[in-house]
Design a protein around this ligand. Sequence first.
Ligand SMILES: Cc1ncc(C[n+]2csc(CCOP(=O)(O)OP(=O)(O)O)c2C)c(N)n1
Ligand code: SF4
Ligand SMILES: [Mg+2]
Length: 351
Amino acid sequence: MTYLAKPKLHHPQLQPNKLGYTRRDYEGNISTLCAGCGHDSISAAIIQAVYQLELPPHRIAKLSGIGCSSKTPTYFLGNSHGFNSVHGRMPSVLTGANLANRDLIYLGVSGDGDSASIGLGQFAHCMRRGINMVYIVENNGVYGLTKGQFSATSDRGSKSKKGVVNTDEAIDMAELALQLGATFVARSFSGDKTQLVPLIEAAIMHKGAAFIDCLSPCVAFNNHAGSTKSFDYVREHNEAVNYLDVMTPREEITAEYEPGTVQEVTQHDGSVLRLRKLAGDYDVNDRLAAQRFLQEHKADGEIVTGLLYVDPDPEDMHAHIGTVETPLTDLDEAALCPGSAALEKLNASLR
Ligand SMILES: Cc1ncc(C[n+]2csc(CCOP(=O)(O)OP(=O)(O)O)c2C)c(N)n1
Ligand code: SF4
Ligand SMILES: [Mg+2]
């Protein structure tokens, strides 16, 4: 069985948001993942973030590839658009959808196998093109769906469940996203909802390529001693640089913070990200420093989490290539196909 529908009944006291939707309206079908899988916690965080942002479900498109992680869109946002693509090909499908309709909010969900192995090229190009999207990699360091082979994010020297040592160097997806020009880069942990929910909210409000590398332990194949993606290991080595409070443009800013402990970033849409700094001198607007910081702390065996980099004034693919403001899906035939004279003129301009 690939999915189980949820009963429609819900607790009468569930709080509706301003649109009249309860948290339940943002859920999907019952999960068929292993009990305790980190991926289910990420689904819950996505539901919470979208409910809190009070987004109409029909304005969201969720896309994925293949893997346990890529199955999860079935388990959240059941009233949104969805497309389960081919292994590693989610980014190109998302790019095409975004070109056709820039007005939807795009949520790409993938795994470390899906994005760092077979889909690495696709991942790279959607980051460097600045597709306006939230791209979440549910990173468990294994191919969970195909029974626990090492993935490209498995650390060198870490051990499989059967004791085999991984001899290959690991790809750090957050470092890669920084290098590729993503304008919002974060890392989090499925076991830290306090950190993850606001990061997803901020990523949704960011108008550019937003990437979240979310460590998400696989309880079936990668949660043992010797793994560097287990619940215990991530908890013990988690070095959070900040925690986030997100204020939408319609919210009043009331919370007070001690000077020096907070960094404020106003995004293009007027939303304010307030970062409660844990690492004193960490500056989320410095891409180069973020790369260095990640590498130095990795060498010390630490997993750096939090908002790592944000460009408050990002540009997306539509700005790069100068597309029309109106989504292509809303243009009529005359605008989409202006005739042979217009084509002739265009061809002449290219000769
Ligand atoms: C073209 C192709 N190659 C290989 C597979 C087999 N396959 C399915 S899922 C998967 C890896 C999934 O790993 P990941 O993306 O990390 O997801 P997880 O299950 O760990 O969440 C592989 C290799 C496939 N479905 N299609
Ligand atoms: S095999 Fe691993 S990744 Fe897949 S559902 Fe089970 S715990 Fe989650
Ligand atoms: Mg995986």
